[in-house]
Design a protein around this ligand. Sequence first.
Ligand code: NDP
Length: 452
Amino acid sequence: MASSEHVDLEGFMTGVERRNPGQSEFIQAVREVAEDIFGFCEGKPEYHEYQILRRIAEPDRVVSFRVCWQDDAGNIRVQRGWRVQNNNSIGPYKGGLRFHPSVNESILKFLAFEQTFKNSLTGLPMGGGKGGSNFNPKGKSVNEIMRFCQSFMTELYRHIGADVDVPAGDIGVGAREIGFMFGQYKRITGEFTGVLTGKGLEYGGSLVRTEATGYGAVCFTQQMLKTRGMSMDGKTVVISGSGNVATHAAEMAVKLGGKVVTFSDSEGFIHDPAGIDQERIDWVKAHKTKRRGRISEYAKEFKSATFHDDGARPWGVPCDVALPCATQNELNGEDAKTLVKHGVIAVAEGANMPTDLNGVHVFKTARILYAPGKAANAGGVAVSGLEMSQNSLRISWTQEELTRRLFDIMEGIHNRCLEYGAEADGHIDYVRGANIAGFKKVADAMLAYGVV
Ligand code: NDP
């Protein structure tokens, strides 16, 4: 990197840090993108002149609101809700809602910023947004969840709309919560529109949406392996998380002949050297979603497995493919070095920003196949985009049609990464490829609009 460019990047980041004090996740996400965009913008004065990256790194708006609800014991509880509308240059704001006690403005701003590039990469007309609450759904009754969702939507409804902003699920928000929120939106407005995605099939949802993020991430991994003449077949796969993304990634990895050996949650990870087959994946799905159980119980059910407690993460287990599918910053520089030492071939992020900046630099330096979340996990929002299309057309596509479209979109994203990430020696920098391809479409639309 030339030194003048370095000064520009650091000057830019100093401004981002000054304007967003204490928002470490947001600053981290902006830096990861800016490291690639500054190089790309050299010799393209229009992007500088129109301050494009500076404008994308400033959300269009951040709405925060109070959410009051009553628990089963009759106590009044007060939570905070947010919707971050980052950028709608190429389509309505689109991005999930997260309910988790760790949620704060910095995390939602980073997610909405990332979402802007991810949605652009899919090739579909969707802008970037994200929202959620610091509400903790764990241990709550179904009635408490319903009352919270209704109260949350009673404020959120005025900021969203099928052509304005279309939220979906994320951590802590699945089909049940989307159902409660869609019901409340319909009750308040009297309208049945495609204002949320991830809906039930009976009321406008799309087939393949539930599976899309995990399936898409493994489809992307298969594309990466293909560039080196390899495939998932026979590969040992380490997965973190045990929610929607993790279990569906495991399912597709097993379908393609991979041997999945780990799952995790916030308490620790299980290692099953015998391999987690479809029957065991089905057990995890039922255990985590229907029974709301902990992953530690897997080791009691299946004697070939061990549980590693105290929040331990699975990155020390030797593998060919690693799929971080739990949460942000769950894989640091030391973890990345361990994976590389054990000969990892490919890392694809099912979660958003699971690898911290040190980890990203370790993977880039080791020149392994490394796909950032904005490329690898875009399958979920892609099928959400297809759910929006089906709602507008008032039709439902078949499983086969949607699976084909999902895989075509993932291939399209892979090709866009190649366009800007392929290097002279054949190595592919997927981080750079995804950042630049995602940026360019949004940037060119912003140039067309002038200063707005
Ligand atoms: P789920 O709520 O279904 O599952 C989340 C999993 O991650 C759970 O196993 C959870 O464990 C674990 N987890 C959450 N927080 C932590 C933490 N702080 N430390 C360790 N483990 C944690 O969420 P999803 O599977 O839907 O989402 C997972 C990731 O994928 C997120 O980063 C999300 O933003 C991203 N993503 C999701 C998409 C989707 O379609 N669902 C689309 C694109 C990205 P526990 O039960 O202990 O909390």
